[in-house]
Write a new protein. Structure first.
Length: 273
């Protein structure tokens, strides 16, 4: 185990780490029994880690993937249910959700996501905000916020229209329909789609290439391109605040219950706005 892998493993025990190549760090969502869902502690750790990664001089690129059959199913029910009607938890999660997105945008390292299965919620934030996103054919990308009864927050409002256009963004974000790796590639939501059995090696090859490239040129290019996202900050801030407001509504209670009961939700058809 390299020194930097050991350092991250000790500080961020809810995530797993290894070094698949020289000057490359790989971070793995590691709760395969729950499709790598994210608990409150994991959410905090995956928010804070990008500041350390940005400042770390021991490696130049990072791969993010999931253990087993999923990339990450997003926030688990305990995290969501603890937020419902709880202003303190909502405010805490709102700050973390904002920090997660801005910390990824501002991280100087090249981030490569290897999307090896279902990706949703906070896990999806990392998957599609990555500088280079690689989906396996069995990937299933879905932003299910409206199905849960809250607005599509996270990074959806700033990144989806930029990647796949407003028409596709509205269709998939409003209907919450899942997208395969191949479709995600076709509409431009990910950088590429590859066969599942070469996904890991493809991510390592690209991470190695980025780790040995001119770091100043690479990082300044990333910084410049990410100004498209920075200038959309007010859009992101509004969408995330509206998502959090939804956790004070009756709809989210029905959304969670319907998920637990594995049935279609029955939302109140009347709305004052």
């Amino acid at each position: 185990m390299t020194d930097y892998v050991k350092r991250y493993a000790e500080k961020y025990p809810k995530l797993s780490f290894d070094a698949p190549a020289d000057r490359v760090l790989r971070m793995t969502f590691d709760r395969p029994e729950t499709y790598n869902s994210i608990c409150a502690e994991t959410h905090t750790q995956m928010t804070d880690i990008w500041i350390d990664i940005d400042r770390d001089e021991d490696f130049n690129s990072i791969i993010v993937t999931g253990r087993g059959k999923a990339f990450s199913a997003g926030g688990d029910f305990s995290l969501i249910e603890n937020m419902i009607g709880n202003p303190t938890e909502i405010m805490k999660t709102w700050k973390e959700a904002k920090d997660l997105v801005y910390n990824i945008i501002n991280c100087n390292k090249v981030i490569i996501s290897a999307i090896n299965g279902p990706a949703a919620g906070a896990g999806l934030v990392v998957a599609i905000l990555a500088d280079i996103s690689i989906a396996g054919k069995r990937a299933k990308i879905v932003d299910g916020h409206p199905r849960l009864g809250v607005a599509a927050g996270d990074c959806a409002a700033i990144i989806w229209p930029l990647l796949c256009g407003m028409a596709k963004a509205k269709y998939y974000l409003l209907t919450c329909k899942p997208i395969t790796g191949e479709v995600a590639d076709d509409i431009g939501l990910v950088s590429m789609c590859v066969e599942d059995d070469v996904l890991e090696q493809t991510s390592i090859d690209i991470a190695t290439e980025m780790a040995t490239a001119s770091q100043s040129a690479t990082r300044w290019t990333k910084y410049s391109l990410n100004n498209w996202l920075r200038q959309a900050g007010p859009i992101f801030d509004a969408s995330t605040a509206l998502e959090m407001l939804g956790f004070m509504s009756e709809d989210v209670k029905e959304g969670v219950l319907s998920h637990r009961e594995k049935r279609a939700p029955k939302f109140n058809p009347n709305c004052p706005i």
